[in-house]
Design a protein around this ligand. Structure first.
Ligand code: PLP
Length: 452
């Protein structure tokens, strides 16, 4: 009864977990990590096919990151960046991120970086900056934010409101008023019979414009989107989607916020999802792979126009009154700098481009399986959508938990994946090699046959 297993059940609340089920099943205890593998308390090696939570890009045993953290902890373990203080690592990181991140027009980069510790905080910050900016430019009523159903932007009150997943709202009295959701750009599920992909894109652009006009453009402050939806099921937008959406946004002076918390730093086979999908954002949020998850750190990057408005408002109020104790933590910044250095030295984007066809082609070969409705993905993020009936595309009733069974079958074969709603999701560490990808593919193929 004193085992870690029993004490976890006795004392620990697990987020995003079926609590009743946890009481009977208990935790999967992970002891240590090695490359793309984690090793459980019984010594079993499992490939972490989700890279933790889409974040351990450099795997689980990158000693350079551990050394960078230890060096910085010994040198200067903490200093706030409130009230004019700063540190070398934070300055270097802000310079690097703003010069590498795409801005609101071709060839333009971002201007300034504001740091926090999680993707949720970065998106909360972006939401507050939408309001702050519109106050500064004399349009304080321009404060509603449009997001998309199935988008995931975090779990704090504001970012969970932006999130478009009903279970993140139920019984929390969310979303906050002033957050609106439009259709998810998933052609397989949301396309109408006979509609082409181009017509689908046009319909979604018109839906967005109708919503803006119905609410009044003078009340709409921003639109937020992941370049590729992650948690909502790896939804790769159709060709031309973001170009059409951004046309509508510009027409009504609505800011574009790119949530690069998953896509940023190579996941899609480009450094940024924005580059892959032609997005020109006014603000960009990033986290996760920024430090390969070895230290919690996130950033909200803003364009020059946004920063100049912030200056005006800070003048007016005497202060820019937002920020977190641990935002701009020097250890997080040092780990992020080392992560970015490794990405450059090992050409992580080139590596993703080289190995990702192995994963995507391998998964597409499973499309003929009777349980598989659609395989989708880009770079090293993918989803296999399971259906009860391929012809009608009918999903399994959620009570049958088929993606969960498949994930369990795959886990018995030594691979950790996440089954969510109707899909099995893939987001392995970016350092994965083709032999390790083959292990994942074989586990999924066998798991599908076992689940049938
Ligand atoms: N945005 C996206 C796209 C995410 O996937 C996540 C987390 O999965 C978040 C924001 C929230 O990040 P965090 O869990 O660090 O608060």
């Amino acid at each position: 009864l004193n085992s870690p297993f029993a004490r976890d059940i006795a004392h620990h609340i697990h987020p995003q977990t079926n609590l009743r089920l946890h009481e009977s099943e208990g935790p999967l205890l992970i002891d240590r990590g090695e490359g793309v593998y984690v090793i459980d308390a019984d010594g079993k090696r499992l490939i972490e096919g989700m890279g933790g939570m889409w974040c351990t890009s450099l795997g689980f045993s990158e000693t350079r990151l551990a050394d960078a953290a230890a060096r910085q902890m010994r040198h200067l373990p903490y200093m706030q960046v409130f009230a004019h203080r700063s540190t070398g690592p934070v300055i270097d990181l802000a310079s690097q991120l703003t010069t590498m991140a795409p801005g609101p027009s071709a060839g333009e980069c971002m201007d300034k970086a504001l740091f926090a510790c999680s993707g949720s905080e970065a998106n909360d910050t972006a939401m507050k900056l939408v309001w702050y900016y519109h106050h500064a430019i004399g349009k304080p009523e321009k404060r509603k934010i449009i997001s998309r159903r199935r988008g995931y932007h975090g779990t704090t009150i504001a970012s969970a409101s932006l999130t478009g997943l009903p279970n993140m709202h139920q019984d929390f009295n969310l979303p906050l008023t002033g957050v609106l959701h439009v259709t998810c750009p998933h052609f397989y599920r949301e396309g109408k019979p006979g509609e082409t992909e181009a017509e689908f894109v046009e319909r979604l652009a018109q839906e967005l414009e109708s919503l803006i006009l119905a609410e009044g453009p003078e009340t709409i402050g921003a639109f937020i989107a992941e370049p590729v939806m992650g948690t909502g099921g790896v939804v790769v937008p159709p060709e031309g989607y973001f170009a059409r959406i951004q046309q509508v946004l510009r027409r009504h002076e609505v800011l574009m916020i790119a949530d690069e918390v998953i896509c940023g730093f190579g996941r899609t086979g480009e450094m940024w999802g924005c580059e892959r999908f032609g997005i020109q954002p006014d603000m960009l949020t990033c986290a996760k792979q920024l430090s390969s998850a070895y230290f919690p750190i996130s950033a909200t990057l803003v364009s020059r126009a946004i920063y100049e408005a912030m200056l005006v408002e800070s003048d007016k109020l005497g202060n820019f009154s937002h920020g977190f104790t641990y935002g701009g933590h020097p250890v997080g910044a040092a780990v992020a700098l080392e992560t970015l250095a490794i990405y450059r030295e090992r050409d992580i984007v080139g590596h993703v481009r080289q190995v990702s066809p192995r994963l995507l082609d391998g998964l597409r070969a499973l499309e003929s399986h009777p349980l598989v409705g659609e395989v989708r993905g880009v770079g090293l993020m993918a989803a296999v959508e399971l259906v009860q009936d391929k012809g009608t595309r009918a999903s399994f009733p959620s009570a049958r938990k088929v993606p969960g069974y498949l994930a369990a079958a795959v886990q018995r074969r030594g691979v950790l994946l996440r089954g969510r709603d109707d899909a099995l999701l893939f987001s392995p560490p970016l350092i994965i090699n083709e032999a390790e990808i083959d292990i994942i593919l074989n586990a999924v193929a066998e798991g599908l046959d076992e689940t049938l």
